[in-house]
Design a protein around this ligand. Structure first.
Ligand code: SAM
Length: 253
């Protein structure tokens, strides 16, 4: 009798034998499928996952996840081919068909996600929009996979996520980025806080360190300077006793 690893290897083998044009929307390489399987195996099991776009990754994730949600359109028969495939484990997958620009904002996630793959529409700002609707639901230790980071607009999103406290970059395989969710608090999806984000940090610090322009009346910049000064000059023990609620209010989060 085959063990779990052997079964997975033969699933990957079967998927890799599918022709390049198995569906007409562009697909991932065997190396990517193997990397997904490797990271997931290291996590034990995947109770909940989701992806945008459909295809070979959906076949694989139907074997790796106990509850996988696919947000996609059937362009190039990328959904129909999956549904008809003998490799597909249909009991573990739910399709939310339609443009993610409409389906994701309307969807209510009931449980945290252990894996999210973004490989749906690639035009700007659609992957960014998808990221927005997913990131608050990715649990600590969960995986975020972003495909096609060679596309400049997706590369910019990759750079922003890479600099964010919420994610650690694990690896890039054939233009698919593998991130792991850290223990950092989720960035408030309904607030602001651009100055707290790693991608903006050096610009923000320069802005704060610069001599105030004579006569600048910009209240926002002035109050940021004050907060920045307080944050840097308050000893750690004093910061620790400031209630979280007050900190958030002061930082406008
Ligand atoms: C690059 S393919 C995904 C490939 C898949 N990950 C695989 O391994 O074969 C892109 C997918 O996004 C879907 N798609 C394109 N535009 C979309 C949109 N606006 N909303 C939802 N899905 C979309 C396509 O139908 C296709 O399923």
């Amino acid at each position: 009798m085959k063990n779990k690893k052997e079964i997975l290897n033969s699933v990957i083998e079967e998927i890799s034998l599918l022709p390049q044009d198995w569906h007409g929307a562009g697909s991932v390489s065997r190396l990517v499928l193997e990397a997904i399987a490797r990271y997931v195996s290291g996590m034990g099991e995947i109770p909940r996952s989701a992806e945008t776009g459909s295809g070979k990754t959906t076949l694989l994730l139907s074997h790796l996840s106990r509850h996988h949600t696919v947000f996609a359109r059937d362009s190039g028969q990328s959904i129909s081919q999956v549904k008809q495939s003998p490799i597909f484990e249909r009991d573990y997958v739910v399709f939310i068909e339609g443009p993610t620009q409409l389906t994701l904002p309307a969807y209510r996630f009931e449980e945290p996600l252990h894996l999210v793959l973004l490989d749906g529409p690639h035009g700007y700002p659609f992957p960014d929009l998808e990221y927005y609707y997913f990131y608050p639901h990715i649990r600590e230790g969960g995986l975020l996979l972003v495909d096609d980071i060679q596309i400049p607009t997706i590369r910019r999103m990759f750079d922003i996520i890479e600099a964010d406290d919420m994610f650690d970059l694990l690896e890039v395989v054939d233009n698919m980025a593998f991130f792991r969710r850290t223990a950092a608090a989720a960035f408030n999806p309904l607030g602001d806080g651009w100055w707290l984000q790693g991608y903006n940090k050096s610009m923000y610090e320069k802005m704060m360190a610069a001599e105030p322009e004579t006569g600048t009346q910009d209240i926002e910049i002035q109050s940021h300077r004050l907060m920045y000064f307080l944050a840097r000059s308050t000893p750690a023990f004093a910061k620790a006793v400031i209630p979280r609620k007050l900190k958030r209010r002061l930082l406008g989060k």
